[in-house]
Design a protein around this ligand. Structure first.
Ligand code: NDP
Length: 277
């Protein structure tokens, strides 16, 4: 069994990225908008800030009170769009219920859209045009490429259909010539479908649900799930239960998580390069 070591691959990518930052001759800046102070969001943001600092990025957190209005937040995003010292913008989700997340995300200029979640970026992903790919989808493909896992012509099953992860990963793989099936809660005979995959990608947020009943012999398994359980974090795949039958598997932690973070900063670097080119 091959361990798809996202920590190792992300460190290699980070080294290359650091060199690009030095070559820029200025400090690239990512701005993160946070509304309120949800503990999980705060910890994801801290991880991005620490990681970005190691790469030489300035990561600025703009934190707003829980009751900020739609208009005020949109104005703040517009200001960041106009600020030439800002190269990438992300809005940490979820936002409080009174705010329209889609509208706020669509206020981000496409040329600063580090998460690839604006309608313009999603259109390009759907249409297989060059644009920002959401970080997790990008990170998964980068990891598979790093281990020479061929996706062209392969049967890929993605379990989970959120825009953030499942759908964007499926689209990115279709664009890379995989044959993709997307499964979800309403999917019938899920086990029969997942077993047939050459590559199984699971992004459901159900800790350890995927046991060997869902797995085909020699399969490549990518576990995207992150759920706190028993004072640690668990993936969607029951690693110990499947490790003897899979061909390769990404662990949690240390798989897709670090790939997502490095991919976010690769997205910002690509935005800088395409805006200058
Ligand atoms: P969402 O809750 O938005 O989506 C979950 C998806 O999984 C839905 O499409 C849902 O189906 C499907 N699903 C849930 N339960 C089942 C089930 N029993 N059988 C089949 N399908 C199911 O979550 P996200 O996509 O945002 O995230 C998924 C997981 O990935 C989470 O654990 C999250 O923490 C993690 N994550 C990890 C990242 C990383 O860097 N490693 C980055 C982002 C997220 P339906 O649509 O029918 O409800």
């Amino acid at each position: 069994m091959i361990l798809l070591d996202g920590t190792k691959v992300s460190l290699e990518r980070a080294e290359a990225l650091k060199e690009k930052v030095v070559a820029l001759g200025f400090v690239p800046k990512l701005v993160i908008f946070q509304v309120g102070n949800r503990a999980d969001s705060t910890s994801y943001i801290k991880r991005k800030k620490d990681y970005g600092a190691k790469l030489g990025f300035d990561v600025e957190l703009k934190n707003f009170p829980e009751d900020i209005s739609q208009e005020e937040l949109e104005k703040e995003v517009d200001n960041a769009n106009k600020d030439d010292s800002v190269h990438g913008i992300i809005v940490q989700l979820p936002l409080p219920d009174h705010l329209d997340s889609n509208k706020i995300i669509n206020h981000i200029s496409e040329n600063k859209d580090a998460d690839g979640l604006t309608s313009a970026s999603i259109y390009k992903l759907v249409n297989n045009e060059k644009g920002t790919v959401p970080a997790t989808a990008r990170g998964i493909l980068t990891m598979l490429n790093a281990y020479d896992v061929e996706v062209t012509g392969k049967k890929v099953v993605v379990v989970g259909r959120s825009l953030l992860v499942g759908k964007s990963t499926a689209l990115n793989l279709i664009n890379n010539d995989a044959t993709v099936t997307v499964a979800h809660r309403k999917t019938e005979n899920l086990q029969a479908i997942t077993k047939q995959a050459d590559i199984l990608i699971v992004a459901i947020g159900q800790p350890q649900m995927i046991t060997k009943d869902y797995i085909g012999e020699g399969q490549v398994v990518v576990d995207v799930g992150i759920s706190p359980l028993d004072e640690t974090i668990k993936g969607d795949v029951h690693f110990d239960n499947v490790k003897d039958i899979v061909g390769a598997i990404s662990p949690v932690p240390g798989g897709v998580g670090p790939m997502t973070v490095v991919s976010l900063f690769e997205n910002v670097m690509d935005l800088i390069e395409s805006n200058n080119g």
